[in-house]
Design a protein. Structure first.
Length: 331
């Protein structure tokens, strides 16, 4: 059954290309991590041999090595995962890149590219080349996201890497201001350059996240000011429509059944007869002034008064006065 399901599925050539991009992205990361590890190890060794004692920086670099190893493992696992055809077919399905085909000529399940759709079925082969490239890059990112979603240990490790990197970033900045000046200048400049290179790459890597945070931080005071302004300019005691509807609902909302409504059981707004269990709002202005809750809510958005007798529901005082009047009327 499982095999049959695999045989009948084909992936688009866009998806096939994006998986190759995923592999390249992962290899790029691995190379970057290896470079970080090598540089940190070399620096630590030089420091040790030349008795360059700056403990903060040395600890910082040891953590960089640990973090790089974790990242290296994550991307090695991803490279292994994108070799597994059934997993990729599932990811492809999530991203709408799988086409169901009748014929099943495939014998080996080794390479996902064997699952290419017929060019007739495959809309993605008709996309112009430049657009194809753009979509490929975008899809490659989505494939990585999907793989992280499927494998929760990977997802958690990546979050951990993110947190460690932010910690290292902040710590790196602090270290930059706390250079011990009794160090010899070679030792000092070596470490400072290493730290700043790391900071630069980390900032580039998480640039989209930082830009988002900056935009939110910039927008926050304006949003707060707008809310305060709105609160201040709203006349005292005046409530908004939703609030008024909510309060009326508390007392005057009924589920329609014949004995609850006197007179013609019909909504005066939409002119429909009430159905059993429909939500009906009986306005306090008069026994026969009742409407569908939906109809009167929509009406109140435009006019805060009763559609039949024009009794206003806008002012709080009026409302309360009104309720007292109704209570005094003998039933
Ligand atoms: Zn109605
Ligand atoms: Zn009325």
């Amino acid at each position: 059954m499982e095999q049959q399901l695999i045989e009948n599925r084909r992936i688009t050539s866009l998806f096939c290309q994006s998986i190759k991009s995923c592999k390249k992205i992962s290899i790029g990361h691995i190379v970057y991590c290896i470079c970080k590890i090598i540089i940190a190890v070399i620096l630590l060794t030089i420091n040790a041999t030349q008795s360059c004692v700056w403990e903060g920086a040395n600890t910082w670099m040891t953590i960089v090595i640990g973090e790089s190893i974790l990242e290296l493992v994550i991307f090695s696992v991803i490279i292994q995962l994108i070799k597994i055809t059934p997993t990729l077919l599932n990811v492809g399905e999530e991203l709408h890149q799988v086409i169901y085909a009748e014929n099943s000529q495939i014998e080996s399940y080794g390479d996902i590219s064997e699952f290419l759709a017929n060019s007739i079925d495959d809309q993605t082969t008709q996309i112009p080349e430049r657009e194809f490239e753009k979509k490929k890059v975008l899809l490659a990112q989505q494939v990585l996201q999907e793989i992280f979603k499927i494998h929760s240990p990977l997802k958690h490790s990546r979050h951990l890497v993110f947190i460690i990197n932010q910690g290292l970033l902040i710590w790196g900045f602090i270290l930059g201001f706390e250079i011990p000046y009794d160090l010899n200048s070679d030792c000092r400049s070596r470490l400072i350059i290493a730290i700043y290179i790391f900071l630069f790459y980390t900032i580039c890597y998480y640039l989209d996240v930082y830009i988002l945070i900056i935009i939110i931080l910039i927008a926050l005071p304006f949003v707060a000011m707008f809310l305060i302004y709105k609160k201040l300019t709203q006349p005292k005691g005046k409530k908004d429509t939703d609030q008024i509807i909510e309060e009326l609902k508390k007392q005057y909302l009924v589920k329609y059944s014949p004995n609850l409504i006197e007179g013609v059981p019909e909504c005066k707004i939409c002119m429909q007869t009430y159905q059993l269990e429909e939500e009906v709002l009986k306005l306090p202005c008069h026994e026969s002034h009742n409407y569908h809750l939906i109809c009167i809510s929509a009406w109140f958005k435009v006019n805060l008064n009763c559609p039949v007798c024009r009794k206003s529901y806008a002012e709080e005082e009026n409302n309360e006065q009104n309720l007292e009047d109704i209570n005094q009327v003998p039933q």
